[in-house]
Design a protein around this ligand. Structure first.
Ligand code: 8YV
Length: 313
């Protein structure tokens, strides 16, 4: 019996709830399950009508070239750094993202990392839990309020971080391609922002122009008391320069949720004491992931019903 549901290609595993819903509505092909992906695409590529992928995964242009009938990509996330948007526009391929849904969660994590780093949360937790407190005094941590936070990228997420930091009594500055209607100080360059900052928060897209933007020069400007917080993409930092700065103590530390080669984390980073590392969980709450799941599904259903996705990139 032929399957009458539209054929959808899932590039990498998605959350079980989403996978289940996609299976109900579509004829799902899972690229990551294919023993010979090239052969599979050769045999089935022409039947694929839409793609589901994650923000951190995207889709290769070479693959799109082999899917002539695929005119919609639903991204589980907001990052489109791994999709060639020039190619999709030129070929009338609509791309949807989970716009606005994860903004608050990502901003919450940026502030959580900022506060946890300055207040030494992880070390204190281990100290209390291990019983070490019984025989030792506690070391002091640093105050976050009154400190300067520089936000690189004042899009929706950057702005949500700024609002939170302001509420914590921090002084806010930012960089952005264009001036925003806000009272925060705008810096012209990332070096100037780093020189201003106690906490340099990266909230930029992982685009070509931001590739390894935070390099030795920027880290030198951040200085010995400065901390880098990255909730954007691993690629916006020149990782060897960051590791050198952390090893040599030319910056105070780094709190990172994203890495250039996820889910692998550079062993040199994992060995350091002046880092706080999380496994790309900024949007990973039950509430947000449920809304992201619905968004992907609704975009695809709208596309197959009316030929138009809902939350376009
Ligand atoms: C997700 C993301 O963690 O929105 C993005 O681009 O990177 C994250 O929100 C990811 O897409 C899901 O794996």
């Amino acid at each position: 019996m032929t399957n009458t549901k539209p054929a959808v290609l899932i590039i990498q595993p998605v959350m079980p709830q989403l996978d289940e819903k996609l299976t109900q509505h579509f004829h799902c092909h899972r690229l990551y399950e294919q023993q010979d992906a090239a052969l599979f695409i050769q045999q089935h590529g022409k039947a694929i009508k839409a793609i589901v992928t994650r923000g951190d995964v995207g889709v290769e242009t070479a693959l799109l070239e082999q899917l002539p009938e695929c005119k919609a990509i639903a991204v589980f996330g907001v990052g489109t750094d791994r999709i060639d948007l020039k190619y999709t526009a030129a070929h009338d391929i609509q791309v949807s993202i989970t716009r606005d849904i994860l903004t608050d969660d990502v901003a919450d994590l940026a502030l959580t990392l900022t506060l946890a780093f300055s207040r030494n949360l992880v070390a204190y937790h281990q100290f209390a839990k291990s019983g070490a407190w019984e025989n030792n005094g506690v070391e002091l941590s640093s105050r976050a309020s009154g400190k300067r936070i520089g936000i690189a990228g004042l899009g929706a997420i950057g702005l949500a971080i700024a609002r939170r930091a302001e509420a914590f009594g921090m002084e806010v500055a930012y960089t952005a391609r264009s001036a925003k209607d806000v009272s925060y100080k705008r810096c012209d360059t990332i070096e100037q922002l780093a020189a201003f900052s106690d906490f340099l928060v990266l909230a930029l897209p992982g685009s070509k122009e931001n590739f390894q933007l935070v390099n030795a020069k920027v880290l030198a400007a951040l200085g010995k008391q400065g901390v880098v917080i990255n909730i954007a993409r691993g690629t916006v930092i020149h990782e060897p320069d960051l590791i050198a700065a952390l090893q040599q103590g030319t910056i105070k530390g780094a709190a990172l949720d994203v890495y250039p080669d996820e889910p692998k984390i550079n062993p040199a980073l994992r060995e350091l004491d002046n880092v706080l590392l999380t496994p790309h969980i900024a949007s990973a709450t039950h509430e947000t992931r449920a809304q992201m799941t619905n968004n992907v599904l609704e975009n695809l259903l709208a596309y197959f019903a009316d030929g138009k996705i809902l939350t376009s990139v």
